[in-house]
Design a protein around this ligand. Structure first.
Ligand SMILES: [Zn+2]
Length: 377
């Protein structure tokens, strides 16, 4: 259980198979985000239909509402949301970092104000593990101290050292909980360090110091730093990561970022962009993003993306999709979310095929050239 097998390598890009309690995940793979135990506007049937292999749910959100005890009483997160495939939960660290209201980080953990009832709550490395154990995902994440992508060096350094100290506590608590059922859930650490390469390397050393993990996550990127800085950080980091571990790049999921990260050796991705942008009428296409509200689509009988095999593209015209958005019809939100999740899922599938066939490098260069040439038109 929790094994990762490399199926092919092309340049720095990897294709692999991750074995989890509820099934295998073939990588590179995109994870749709089910913040509140649901991927907005999409049912588990929709997600299966577009080839989703692994879902992400948010520990913070499920903790404040409905509470992990409610989810556990109703059979755990898989049963609760009607998804029997693999699930990964984040640690809650990023949500707390993103909160607008009160938050305070100290050595013990983080205190924050619930966005639901305004009450003060405390999350510690141990509590984050206990909450995720009660929720029951296949992969849990250790609590990390997240800082802005443009934070000064001393803040980044302080956060990465704290994250390393918290990891020891999280690992001990998880080992105790999982001792009677070691195949139920695994815990992954998060590598912090901003865009400072020496700090990233130190974070990797801290994470790997005397511990054996079944995978690791790269956090603290795609949080406000320039894209070029994110790519450069990944490029510098990849040689320091153990080749045998799956690498999850947190919060990255715009098509061009996903592909650039695959090219730099990343395996798993999550992002709210496909569903959030979909609800705003923005669709990903091989020729860049398109807004279906655009008047140019009014009389267009063609599919949103002629290369796509999703329900939306096989069934409806651009003209109809535009009409749904102009009329504020709920179906429009579902159809665009469905297409965008399929688009990123298929991008992972295509990348995997080209990695195994040894054609990834030229394919991804051509793919990005077409995508960028069409963006903004
Ligand atoms: Zn489609």
């Amino acid at each position: 259980m929790f094994e990762f097998r490399i199926d092919g390598i092309c340049g720095a890009a990897r294709a692999g198979t991750l074995t989890l309690p509820r099934g295998d995940v073939r990588t590179p793979a995109f994870m749709p985000v089910g913040t509140q135990g649901t991927v907005r506007a999409l049912s588990p049937y929709d997600l299966r239909a577009v080839g989703t292999q692994l879902l992400l749910a948010n520990t913070y959100h499920l903790h404040v509402r409905p509470g992990e005890d409610v989810v556990a009483t109703l059979g755990g997160l898989h049963r609760f949301m009607g998804w029997d495939g693999p699930i990964l939960t984040d640690s809650g660290g990023f949500q707390v970092f993103s909160l607008q209201g009160f938050r305070r980080v100290d050595e013990d953990g983080v205190e924050f104000q619930s966005h639901v009832d305004g009450g003060r709550r405390r999350l510690t490395p141990e509590r984050a593990v206990e909450i995720q154990w009660a929720l029951g995902p296949d992969i849990a994440m250790a609590l990390d101290h997240v800082v802005s992508g443009i934070a000064p060096r001393h803040e980044v350094e302080d956060a990465l050292e704290r994250t390393a100290r918290w990891l020891v506590r999280a690992g001990e608590r998880h080992a105790a909980l999982a001792a009677p059922a070691p195949d139920r859930q695994t815990l992954w650490p998060i590598v912090q360090g901003g865009t400072l390469v020496d700090l990233r390397r130190r974070a990797v050393e801290r994470v790997l110091d005397g511990a054996s993990w079944t995978g690791l996550a790269i956090g603290g990127l795609a949080v406000g730093e320039p894209r070029a800085a994110m790519y450069a950080t990944l490029e510098a980091l990849a040689p320091w990561l153990p080749p045998s571990m799956p690498r999850y790049l947190m919060g990255v999921g715009f098509p061009e970022d996903l592909l650039e990260a695959v090219a730099r050796g990343m395996d798993l991705f999550d992002c709210v962009a496909p569903t959030r942008n979909g609800r705003n009428g923005q669709a990903f296409t091989p020729d860049g993003p398109r807004n279906v509200r655009n008047a140019a689509h009014r009389l267009d009988p063609g599919p949103l993306d002629p290369t796509c095999d999703c329900e939306t593209c096989r069934t409806y015209s651009r003209g109809y999709l535009r009409h749904l958005f102009m009329a504020d019809e709920l179906l429009g939100l579902r159809l665009l979310s469905l297409h965008n999740v399929r688009f990123l899922t298929r991008l992972g599938e295509d990348a995997r095929r080209h990695i195994i066939e040894g054609t990834f490098v030229s394919w991804h260069t051509d793919w990005l050239a077409r995508y960028h040439a069409g963006s903004g038109t």
